[in-house]
Write a protein that binds this ligand. Structure first.
Ligand SMILES: *Cc1c(COP(=O)(O)O)cnc(C)c1O
Length: 484
């Protein structure tokens, strides 16, 4: 018997299937506007994913048919022009091709003396330029904003703890370490704080003003109270675009408070940091360069195919001191494939990594950074356009003024008296009908007890007419539901 391999016996038929898949995917993307945005996976479909572990193989062409029948029609819908739920990116076909190449060559982007390492360093350099960090800074392409926040906060903790936290852990500290951010912080910050042993109660959640921005007086008072009680304040987390409303904390003020008390300033700019590349809206990212670290995503408002996020740290030495750990088997050397100056595990947590840099690099080269700036601005303009449509309608209420790319509003008929509870129910029903009828996918949030429909625009395929359709559909559904 000859040895086995995963490679095909017949390369030509696999090549034909590959060509077919590329054709199908291009057609799918080209016609996405005509398709329903979402279809509920049926019970029958769910059952198909409960079949037993296959003992022997099947034909790849049949498997592809199964993917076409059971996977693609019941997908998320986030590549559709009317997808505006949560904060989710829309991807692109060039990104998919780059991912296909990355996956075919299957490099491990952990470091090593190969092209992927040099390309990732270049992408990080480009990110520094985009966000106003100088060349002393360091960075890493991550799986997303959650991992970027985790890394940023670990570097903050280790740099500001005042003792060798890598050796001692949290066990020997006589001071309790405290972190600060507004109560609008993203859940990934809370999770990071829990994960590295700080404990949720030591992440001080500071109240926000009417624009959902951190209350700086309360922040400073909280820091002072903690110092008096013998705690050790470590880090302020600033929001550049909160997930609820797109609010931006006063980063200039947060920077001066952090300097005054010798704290780290970490900015969660998962999507909002991208406003920095729009000449018309970069005022929103004012003072971003004062941060000690920034977490951002390529896969949200830069429309890069999942997954791709990033972290930048102002001083490389802080970054390495917190995370570099070199075992014998990856000890740096100067020759052969091992002769790399950069080992990405020194800047993060993963050792083996996919080649994410390729799709980011490809898209930036193909489109140019100015185009991305214009698309970010286009989405902001669309958010303002949507707000203007809402304000024109008597039966719609804009919940807060639009400050970035997020619009929160609700159906509220002006001719019928309704309690908050009734309005909440109606708006929830409108939202789910929009999803279930395959019209559009906004999401929701709760603002001061009101259930509001929330549109977050990180979609390069949306057009004005899509927002017009959203508004007419909501009014129609709302009127129907209100009568029932
Ligand atoms: C999405 C988001 C995150 C988390 O990023 P992921 O890429 O989903 O891991 C963190 N902060 C904010 C403000 C976000 O919008």
């Amino acid at each position: 018997m000859s040895e086995e391999t995963l490679d095909p016996k017949d390369w030509d038929s696999l090549k034909a299937l590959g060509h077919q898949i590329v054709d199908d995917m291009i057609d799918y993307l080209k016609n996405i506007r005509e398709k329903p945005i979402w279809q509920q996976p049926t019970e029958e479909i769910k059952k198909k994913f409960q079949a037993n572990l296959p003992k022997s193989g099947e034909n790849i062409t049949d498997i592809y048919q199964e993917i076409k029948d059971n996977v693609i029609p019941y997908g998320m819908g986030n590549i559709h022009p009317r997808f505006w739920g949560w904060v989710i990116g829309s991807g692109s076909f060039s990104g998919a091709l780059a991912d296909f190449i990355a996956s075919s060559i299957n490099y491990n982007s952990g470091g090593f003396n190969h092209s992927a390492t040099y390309m990732e360093n270049q992408v990080i350099d480009w990110a520094k330029e985009m966000f106003g960090f100088d060349s002393e800074a360091s960075g890493l392409i991550t799986t997303g904003g959650s991992m970027a926040n985790l890394i940023g906060l670990v570097v903050a903790r280790n740099t500001k703890a005042g003792y060798d936290i890598r050796k001692e852990g949290l066990q020997s500290s006589s001071n309790k370490l405290t972190f600060y951010g507004s109560n609008e912080m993203h859940s990934s910050i809370l999770k990071a704080i829990e994960l590295f042993g700080i404990g949720d109660q030591y992440l001080r959640k500071i109240s926000v003003n009417d624009s959902y921005e951190i209350n700086c007086d309360e922040l400073e008072k909280s820091i002072n109270d903690d110092i008096k009680k013998g705690f050790k304040p470590i880090c302020i987390i600033g929001n550049l675009g909160t997930v609820n409303t797109g609010a931006v904390d006063d980063l200039g003020k947060l920077s001066s408070i952090s300097k005054k008390y010798d704290l780290w300033l970490h900015v969660d700019g998962a999507f909002g940091a991208l406003t920095k590349i729009s000449p018309e809206s970069n005022y929103l990212a004012k003072n971003l360069e004062l941060a000690d670290s920034i977490a951002f995503d390529f896969h949200k408002w830069m429309y890069i195919n999942y997954e791709a996020g990033g972290i930048l740290v102002k001083r490389k030495s802080d970054h390495l001191k917190a995370l570099s750990l070199t075992a014998d088997y990856i000890a740096h050397s100067t020759r052969g494939l091992h002769a790399s100056e950069t080992w990405f595990a020194d800047y993060g947590i993963q050792l083996s990594r996919s080649f994410k840099a390729l799709k980011i690099w490809t898209l930036i080269k193909e489109q140019g950074i100015e185009k991305f700036g214009r698309l970010v601005q286009q989405n902001i303009n669309q958010a303002n356009y949507l707000a203007s449509l809402i304000m024109r309608e008597k039966s719609l209420e804009l919940s807060i003024p639009v400050s970035m790319n997020i619009v929160c509003f609700r159906f509220k008929p002006d001719n019928i008296e309704m309690t908050q509870e009734q309005l909440n129910k109606i708006n929830e029903e409108i939202l789910w009908q929009l999803h279930e009828k395959g019209i559009a996918i906004p999401s929701y949030t709760n603002l001061k007890g009101n259930y509001v429909i929330r549109v977050a625009i990180t979609n390069h395929r949306s057009r004005k007419e899509d927002f017009e359709l959203l508004i007419s559909s909501i009014i129609e559904l709302g009127n129907q539901i209100a009568i029932l």
